[in-house]
Design a binder for this molecule. Structure first.
Ligand code: AKG
Ligand code: FE2
Length: 606
């Protein structure tokens, strides 16, 4: 028996014979149940797949052994989603923490933790709650009493539990923060705003609701992947001593968790200039702890201490200077998203180091510091080695790329489900003194603690100092050099590293991130390197988000976008179906689908 309700959920239950069938528009599925068709997604027969553009994958099931299967199908370009789930079984499955392989005993400590939940990038908690043993056990019951909870399952569990515990908090999406399902909506922003990252197939939807889960991080960007992580963090958490004169009073620990919506990247949540973040989960080259210090809140700029060494800087420079390949060697820098072109206000030179052993190590370190726990080449440009000789500069710009005339196939709208550069890590590889220029200046931001200096006065001060005598009066370089002294700026120093964001936590472009590479005033060469990091696979990489309007899309790109996914799982509530198996048609065995088997994800290209 199958029905489709107004929220486009297809409910499948009590199917004795079930087949996976891909079928076309008007051809009704043949089997023991009837299945309502997803309105905008006619479904071709298997043999006809190549002939039809609009496809949805609908799953029906084989064998009398499968009672409850959850189905979801989504086209990568977000045109359709079909979600279905079996009707709820009334039988209550009870789980205990003891069933977890970590051992329930250790988890007793959960009772003494107060969890403060933050939305991604927000220094203020949006709500607080306890995760009692019983709430976790309830969550586990909904998740089929797992013995081992992997990070995706844990994320679904935490999202479900916090959504319930924090129903009356401010943890919802900004549009509707206190709605009862607010936190669930915050975590799953809908197809138009959810970036399909490469691990999308692994995400575990919230039991019975179907929403995608948040990911949870420590304040320092360490992803919570297991209960052990929570316990480890709890050990380090602030302990609030019990002062109440009350028998049942115990010391409590305050644990702050930062929740990033599905598909979104973690962002630090600074609250004051000078604030420190100890990044103890990232391995550095120096054997010293990496830490961040907040230089500015708007834009968000941080010093990264102990990020790389002077030796590493020298090796990167050495390799760049010796590079002979026309593509990678030092050459006059260019700008632009699709077609790179020489720009008269970027007079530096740059080389690319994409796959050098050291460049790779540094790129990995960059992603780890940014809270990306699994390295993905597709999220970075190459490491760009920069050389600025005397007077060389890069005018104020944003690293966030624009699709000015809307002609690009790639979807640069990172506030939606597109990708763009979201963070830049800048490595300085030479020392420049107070009078040498070459700073990186955030020209829209005042320097903390300094009064605002109007530009005309800054130009006069620069001229009076005599430092800019090599620059032509009234040239863009001279105006910039003056701005650089009057605004928030970072001075190059060998082995200094800086992080800044080009996006807000919701993916919107951060216009305050406007910055420049200030003219080098003295004779010292400024060497630097930067890594632009994307919030989604960048253009040309697998999984790159493409625009909805596919009319001009090349064949290869359109093939990548025309995919559908389905996830099958056995909820395990009915013991008769312990040996369920999943088939495509009658003889295409996909895999075992017992309650303990992992969910099976399928991707169909057409
Ligand atoms: O050289 C600098 O200080 C800044 C460089 C920069 O902004 C860039 O390459 O995007
Ligand atoms: Fe830049």
């Amino acid at each position: 028996m199958v029905r489709e309700d107004s929220t486009h959920e297809v409910i499948v239950s009590q199917c004795n014979k079930v087949f996976i069938v891909l079928f076309y528009e008007e051809i009704p599925y043949s089997g023991s149940a009837s299945l309502a068709r997803w309105r905008n997604s006619p479904i071709p027969a298997k043999s006809e797949i190549s002939n039809f553009r609009t496809v949805a994958l609908v799953a029906l099931f084989l064998f009398p052994t499968l009672a409850e299967v959850r189905i979801s199908a989504q086209s990568i370009d977000g045109r359709s989603i079909v979600t279905s789930e079996a009707e709820e079984d009334e039988a209550v499955v009870s789980c205990t923490l003891d069933s977890l392989s970590i051992g329930g005993q250790q988890l007793n400590v959960l009772d003494s933790i107060s969890f403060y939940l933050h939305r991604n990038g927000e220094p203020e908690a949006c709500g607080a709650s306890v995760l009692s043993e019983s709430t976790i056990e309830k969550g586990l019951s909904q998740m089929e009493c797992k013995k081992e909870v992997d990070k995706y399952q844990l994320e679904a569990l935490l999202t479900a539990v916090f959504a319930e515990e924090l129903a009356a908090s401010d943890c919802g999406s900004n549009d509707n923060s206190t709605a009862p399902e607010g936190f669930l909506h915050y975590c799953d922003m809908g197809v138009d705003r959810t970036i399909v990252q490469n691990d999308y197939d692994h995400l575990v939807r919230i039991p019975r609701k179907g929403n995608l889960p948040c990911r949870f991080f420590s304040r320092e960007g360490d992803r919570i992947s297991s209960f052990e992580d929570i316990l480890r963090m709890a050990e380090k958490a602030e302990t609030r001593e019990c002062t109440e004169e009350n028998d049942v009073c115990t010391d409590r620990m305050d644990l702050h968790l930062y929740a990033a919506p599905a598909g979104r990247v973690f962002m630090f949540a600074p609250s004051y200039v000078g604030e420190i973040f100890q990044i103890s989960h990232v391995k550095d080259s120096l054997g010293q702890p990496i830490s961040l210090e907040v230089l500015s809140l708007d834009p968000r700029v941080f010093d990264i201490y102990n990020f790389f060494s002077a030796d590493e800087a020298h090796s990167l420079i050495d390799k760049a200077v010796k590079e002979t390949s026309p593509t990678y060697r030092l050459h006059r820098s260019t700008t632009g998203s699709a077609t790179a072109s020489i720009f008269n206000k970027r007079t530096s030179e740059n080389a690319w180091d994409t796959h050098g052993t050291l460049a790779q190590t540094i790129k990995r370190r960059c992603l780890s510091v940014l809270g990306i726990d699994e390295y993905q080449e597709s999220l970075t440009d190459g490491l760009q080695i920069l050389r600025y000789n005397q007077s060389n500069a890069y005018t104020a710009h944003m690293d966030y790329l624009e699709d000015k005339d809307g002609s690009q196939v790639y979807d640069y709208e990172s506030v939606g489900k597109g990708g763009n550069r979201f963070a830049t890590i800048l490595l300085y590889m030479s020392d420049l003194g107070e009078h040498d220029g070459g700073e990186t200046a955030f020209v829209k931001a005042d320097s903390p603690g300094k009064e605002h200096v109007p530009l005309h006065r800054a130009i006069q001060q620069l001229r009076d100092s005599g430092d800019a005598s090599t620059l032509t009066p009234d040239s863009w370089e001279e105006i910039m050099a003056a701005q650089c002294r009057a605004r928030l700026s970072v001075r190059p120093k060998l082995a200094r590293a800086v992080l800044f964001y080009s996006q807000h936590p919701n993916g919107a472009e951060d216009k305050m991130s406007f910055h420049s590479g200030c003219p080098v005033l003295g004779a010292t060469t400024k060497w630097a390197a930067n890594l632009w990091v994307w919030n989604a696979p960048r253009p040309e990489f697998e999984g790159a988000p493409l625009k909805k309007d596919l009319s001009n899309v090349t064949k290869a790109e359109s093939a990548a976008s025309q995919q559908l996914r389905a996830v099958f799982r056995n909820s395990g509530k009915d013991r008769r179906f312990e040996k369920a198996e999943l088939y495509f048609d009658e003889d295409g065995f996909f895999g075992k689908l017992g309650p303990k088997d992992p969910p099976i994800s399928l991707t169909v290209k057409f």
